[in-house]
Design a protein around this ligand. Structure first.
Ligand code: AHM
Ligand code: MG
Length: 339
């Protein structure tokens, strides 16, 4: 008799649809389209060293950063897949100043909008270091049958219907949540399918990894500096200091800390007075994921990231995210050392 040994992502998405009694399959189709675009992007990421796709286009995006060719490619592929899904009426991406409104009749009738960073960690592309895609799905507020409106994209993170990321690393994985726990799927290149490899991920309550760009140490506030110093002391339990790990790709840093336990910090600096990461398509999705895994995500004032109502599509936010006990200890340092 045939014995089923793996759960593919598509099977899993359909099985999980039963958790939502009134679901009509729209979200499932949307997730399936994201996974499909991820496979196409993954193919290009893997070929990046072989074909002339590396290097900057010479354009500068809305954040004032150089746009890499692979960013363009990923942006175009995800936009095409989301438009083609017919479930999504518009998107906001890191690469475009304004929202992208899909104007086909099918898309205008779409129930969802998607916020996406198509290729995060782009400074790592040219040096063969892990990069990722981050996405977040919301139910639209505006009326179906019409084009998407900006308020559809400026919702609190608590309103997310689903969120996830794809990490293009030593293997390619998709990790996502629809608010009932978080699961990870590894791409098996031999069959071209994402297969369930990490069921119901829980972030350890305590961790020993600290991820922060310490080059900015002198620009951090006293609370963050003292917390970093504290992490360098010998820990009583392990008899060693915490471990510093920083890749500079949010997806990769977050993914490692999620599995092993740790804290990721992007505090305010002179250049980025509101932190560097964008709330709508970077901080919110990982905050949703970490909470589903039992962790915590807050800003510099200790506010829950998911409760912040963004005013701007590309708004930045200081981000402290990871294992519950580590984030809570950091918050004590911030409180005690207020400037
Ligand atoms: P990007 O979206 O332009 O790639 O920038 C976001 C990235 C994050 O992935 C990462 O956590 C952070 O920027 C690294 O910033 P820094 O190089 O200042 O440490
Ligand atoms: Mg990014």
């Amino acid at each position: 008799m045939f014995r089923k040994t793996v759960d593919t992502l598509n099977e899993f998405i359909i099985e999980r649809q039963a958790d939502f009694p009134y679901a009509k399959g729209e979200l499932s189709r949307l997730l399936t389209h994201i996974a499909l675009a991820a496979k196409v992007v993954n193919r290009e990421v893997n070929r990046a060293g072989l074909v002339d796709i590396l290097g900057a286009t010479g354009d500068v995006n809305v954040q004032g950063e150089n746009v890499q060719k692979l960013d363009d490619f990923a942006n175009a592929k995800f936009a095409l897949a989301l438009k083609g899904s017919s479930e999504c009426c518009g998107i906001v991406t890191e690469e475009s100043d304004e929202i992208i409104k899909f104007d086909t009749d099918m898309a205008k009738d779409g129930k969802y909008i998607v916020c996406i960073d198509p290729l995060d960690g782009s400074s790592n592309i040219d040096v063969n270091v892990s990069i990722g895609t981050i996405f977040s799905i919301y139910r639209r507020i505006s009326k179906r049958g019409h084009i998407a409106q900006i308020e559809d994209f400026l919702q609190e993170g608590t309103k997310q219907v689903a969120a996830g990321y794809i990490i293009y690393g030593s293997s390619t994985m998709m990790v996502y949540t629809t608010g009932r726990g978080i699961n990870g799927f590894t791409l098996d290149p031999s069959i071209g399918e994402f297969c369930l490899s990490h069921r119901n991920i829980q972030i350890p309550l305590n961790g020993y990894i600290i991820s922060v760009n310490e080059g900015n140490y002198k620009q951090f506030c006293p609370g963050v500096r003292k917390y970093i110093d504290y992490c360098k002391e010998i820990d009583e339990e392990t008899n060693r200091p915490y471990t510093a790990r920083y890749i500079g790709s949010l997806v990769a840093d977050f993914h490692r800390n999620l599995l092993k336990g740790g804290i990721f910090m992007y505090p305010p600096t002179k250049k980025h007075t509101q932190g560097k990461l964008r709330i709508v398509y970077e901080a919110n999705p990982v905050a949703f994921l970490v909470e589903q895994a039992g962790g915590v995500a807050v800003d510099h004032d200790g506010r829950r990231i998911l409760d912040i109502k963004p005013d701007d599509l590309h708004q930045r936010v200081p981000l402290y995210i990871g294992s519950r006990n580590m984030v809570e200890t950091l918050l004590e340092f911030l409180e005690k050392n207020e400037e």
